[in-house]
Design a protein. Structure first.
Length: 380
C-alpha cells in the first residue's frame, strides 16, 4: 500500500512532518526551508526529500503534487510575545499568503497548519484581490441598519461577535481556506495535555478539500481568476488510530502515545534532583522513555544557559534529533532557536487525532464523518 505524499513548508527540524507521517501513514517527499543549517539537519533525517528553498520564489506549477500540505508559518508577528504586527503583507507571518498560493496550485486533499495562541487574537489584513472594486458590492445594505449584529459565529474566543471588531489572524486563515474550497477544523491544546512538563499552547488547523480532485480555483496572490490545472489524485484509504503503519523514523511516537495517562510516581532520586517539579519530570521521562538531561550549561563568564539537549527532551524528540554533533552543524544558540520554533510531535499527533470521526478514522474515505468545526467546542 503506497503512502500519502507530504509537502512540507517552513520545515524546521521536521516536528510536524513526524506527526503527520505517523498519523496519516505518509511520506514527506519535499520540503521548503530557508535556514541553511536547519535545512541540512532536515536533509539528514529526510535524505530523499529535496529542499525547494524560499517559499516566495517557488513556481508551484513545477512542483510535484502532494496529498497533504503541511506548515507552521512564522509566528513572530502574531505571537503575544513577538512584534504583534499581525498577519498582513510585508510581515514574516504574512508568508501565510504564499502557503495559500501553494494550496491553490497543488490542490492537496489535506492541509495541516500549526501556530501559536496569538493566531486567535492578532489582527490581520487580507490583501485586496485582483479585480475587486466597489462596483462589485451589493447595491443595498446586506443587513438592515437597525439590526443587531451578534452571534455570527458564537464561540468563547469571540472571533466573530460584533461588527466593529477587527479581522483576526485566525479568521483570515480560515477565510482563505474557505476561498480555496477547503473545509477546516481547528483546535488549541497545551503540551501538558499529552503529559509534557510545560504548557506550550499551540493551535492546529486541519483542512480537507470539499471537492475531491477539483481543478485549481486561482484564489491565491492576484487571485479570483479560475485556473486550468487539475489537482492530482490522492491515495484514499481509512486508517484506524490504534493501527498506524507510519514510517520507521516516527515509529517511536506509537510508544509515547501508549504511555500517555499511565500513573507515574517519582522516586526519591527524582524528587531530590527536581524538587517540586519531580512529578512532572517523572511523567515525561516515562512517556519519552528516557531520563531528563541536565537542564543548563554552566559557564563561568556568561552564567548558566539552557541546555539544548534538555530542550530537545522537553519537545519529546529522540535523543540527538537536533543535538547530535555527527549530523547537526548548529551552534548551541541555533539549536535552542530551532527547537523553540519547532513543533512537539506528540502534541501534533494528539491534535490530529482530535479531528477523527466517530469511526476513529481520518481519511478521504470517511467524508461522511467529516463535520465543519463548531467553534464553541473547538477549545480543548
Amino acid at each position: 500500500m503506497s503512502r500519502l505524499r507530504v509537502g512540507s513548508l517552513f520545515s524546521g527540524y521536521g516536528g510536524l512532518d513526524l506527526a503527520v507521517e505517523h498519523a496519516f501513514n505518509a511520506q514527506t517527499i519535499w520540503s521548503s526551508e530557508i535556514n541553511q543549517p536547519v535545512a541540512e539537519l532536515f536533509a539528514h533525517h529526510w535524505p530523499d526529500a529535496p529542499n525547494l528553498g524560499d517559499i516566495t520564489a517557488i513556481d508551484w506549477h513545477q512542483v510535484e503534487p502532494v496529498d497533504i500540505l503541511i506548515g507552521g508559518f512564522p509566528c513572530q508577528d502574531v505571537s503575544t510575545a513577538g512584534k504583534k504586527a499581525g498577519l498582513k503583507p510585508g510581515t514574516r507571518s504574512g508568508l501565510w499568503s504564499h502557503m495559500a498560493q501553494a494550496i491553490d496550485a497543488l490542490q492537496p486533499e489535506w492541509v495541516v497548519i500549526e501556530n501559536v495562541r496569538g493566531l486567535l487574537s492578532a489582527t490581520a489584513i487580507r490583501p485586496p484581490t485582483q479585480g475587486d472594486n466597489d462596483e462589485q458590492c451589493n447595491p443595498d445594505l446586506a443587513t438592515l441598519a437597525d439590526a443587531t449584529l451578534r452571534d455570527v459565529g458564537p464561540d468563547p474566543w469571540h472571533l466573530a461577535d460584533g461588527a466593529a471588531r477587527p479581522l483576526r489572524a485566525m479568521g483570515a486563515v480560515l477565510g482563505d481556506l474557505a476561498d480555496l474550497r477547503m473545509s477546516a477544523r481547528w483546535v488549541g491544546i497545551p503540551a501538558a495535555l499529552i503529559g509534557a512538563p510545560h504548557h506550550r499552547f499551540r493551535v492546529f488547523i486541519l483542512a480537507h478539500r470539499q471537492i475531491p480532485h477539483a481543478p485549481g480555483l486561482g484564489l491565491a496572490m492576484g487571485r479570483r481568476e479560475p485556473g486550468a490545472r487539475a489537482g492530482a489524485s490522492g491515495h484514499d484509504r481509512a486508517l484506524a488510530p490504534d493501527h498506524r503503519l507510519g514510517t520507521e523514523r516516527a515509529a517511536w511516537l506509537s510508544e509515547q502515545e501508549q504511555r500517555i495517562g499511565d500513573p507515574v510516581a517519582p522516586d526519591r532520586a527524582t524528587l531530590r534532583r527536581w524538587g517540586r517539579y519531580g512529578p512532572a519530570i517523572a511523567r515525561w521521562q516515562h512517556i519519552t522513555g528516557r531520563q531528563a538531561p541536565a537542564p543548563a550549561l554552566l559557564n563561568q563568564t556568561e552564567g548558566p544557559r539552557p541546555a539544548p539537549a534538555f530542550v530537545e527532551w522537553l519537545m519529546g524528540l529522540p535523543e540527538g534529533w537536533v543535538t547530535d554533533p555527527q549530523h547537526s552543524q548548529l551552534t548551541n544558540s541555533q539549536q535552542i532557536t530551532a527547537l523553540g520554533n519547532g513543533v512537539l510531535p506528540l502534541q501534533a499527533v494528539r491534535a490530529i487525532d482530535s479531528f477523527r470521526g466517530e469511526s476513529g478514522q481520518i481519511s478521504p474515505d470517511i467524508r461522511s464523518a467529516w463535520k465543519p468545526c463548531n467553534l464553541s467546542n473547538a477549545d480543548m
